[in-house]
Design a protein around this ligand. Structure first.
Ligand code: NDP
Length: 340
């Protein structure tokens, strides 16, 4: 299937629609900006401080100068309301907030406020201003907690980290505003999705970067926590396409976005080293300090409903995701980079 891969033409003629991406500097923000520009949208993007923000991701995907940047802080209602009235977008994608599960144990209040209060402020501002704006909220598979069976839209939430608690709260705020006020607002419950734009703080990018340095001759040891955890890892450019598809539905609804396949962290490590002809066992150390206060053992999603209603299906398997991340880390071309 190729219908989920965004076109590489980023110079589509204007389609008369505008979108606002809150959190445009992140991995998903940059990839989504590229996709929407390719569809002819006028794209606004916000950052907490657009004067000093780091927009390296937008540069890497070649759209830095085509996104109209704004400063806004979602925990400040006035700031959100001003941003919305200034931009009056047809579609808003709320991607901002503290996004690391690990960091959420160290910064629980910042995590809760930036995600839960940020979402509530945005919902209130849309309602208060009476805008016809459609809202996509970045939800997370972390809300499900540990599951043996693939989680779908009916699976109960059992959050086990401050991050997951915050995402669950934002999810229910969106659902209740949709029901109470008829807002076209939805949450994408996305499982892990990776790309070369992932910050080094995330384990997938940390592994890929270390493997490349070791392949180039570094004698470093790669220190990792529990290798038995299982996750459902997809290719981020496909996941931002699912976000856009959700906002095109006549009626807003929440969707699980996932590959449906779980792999252990050990398999991820093994694939990454093997791709560069290395044996992971010679380079990896277990570090108990990297265990989290509560780590999910297994997390896998059921994307059946997304296939049925959005025509969306993940097409990249884990090996191809890892290969593209390795290519980018080694300075080779990857599909979404500038000029591709
Ligand atoms: P990133 O961390 O790459 O980007 C998030 C953006 O949010 C940043 O660019 C930053 O923008 C802003 N931000 C960071 N910390 C804070 C904070 N404390 N308060 C307010 N804003 C903050 O995330 P991704 O692009 O990977 O993910 C996008 C969204 O999707 C996030 O909400 C994430 O939680 C969620 N998600 C991601 C998944 C994934 O696998 N990538 C899986 C499931 C959900 P700036 O500094 O410019 O203000």
């Amino acid at each position: 299937m190729t219908d989920c891969i965004p076109t590489t033409n980023v110079n589509a003629p204007p389609n008369g629609k505008s979108a606002l991406i809150i959190g445009v500097s992140g991995q998903d923000g940059a990839l989504l900006a590229r996709l929407l520009l390719a569809k002819g949208y006028h794209v606004h993007g916000s950052s907490r401080d657009a004067q000093i923000g780091n927009f390296g991701n937008l540069e890497r995907v070649g759209v830095r100068h085509r996104v109209q940047l704004h400063s806004a802080v979602t925990t400040d209602f006035r700031s959100v309301a001003q941003l919305l009235s200034r931009t009056a977008p047809d579609e808003v994608y709320l991607l901002a907030g503290q996004s690391s599960v690990g960091l959420s144990f160290e910064q629980p209040v910042e995590t809760l406020e930036s995600i839960a209060l940020g979402t509530l402020n945005l919902l209130e501002a849309i309602r208060f201003l009476g805008l016809p704006t459609r809202l996509y909220n970045a939800g997370s598979s972390e809300c499900f907690g540990d599951q043996e069976e693939p989680a779908d839209e009916q699976t109960a939430f059992r959050p086990r980290s401050p991050y997951a608690v915050a995402k669950a709260s934002a999810h229910w705020a969106v659902a209740s505003y949709r029901e109470a006020y008829g807002l076209h607002a939805c949450t994408g419950i996305l499982f892990n999705h990776e790309s070369p734009l992932r910050p080094l703080r995330f384990v997938t990018r940390k592994i890929v970067a270390s493997v490349c340095r070791i392949a180039a001759g570094s004698a470093e040891r790669l220190r990792l926590g529990n290798l038995d955890i299982e996750r459902d890892w997809g290719w981020a450019p496909e996941y931002v396409d699912a976000m856009w598809r959700m906002l095109q539905l006549p009626e807003a609804n929440d969707f699980v976005i996932a590959t449906g396949q779980a792999h252990s962290l050990r398999s991820f490590v093994e694939f990454a080293f093997a791709a560069l002809d290395l044996d992971w066992r010679a380079h990896v150390d277990y570090d108990d300090d990297l265990r989290r206060p509560s780590d999910l053992r297994r997390s896998v999603g059921c994307p059946r409903r997304a296939a049925e209603y959005l025509g969306w299906k993940a097409t990249s398997d884990l090996q191809s995701v890892i290969r593209r991340m390795l290519d980018a880390e080694q300075g080779r071309a990857w599909p979404m980079q500038a000029n591709s």
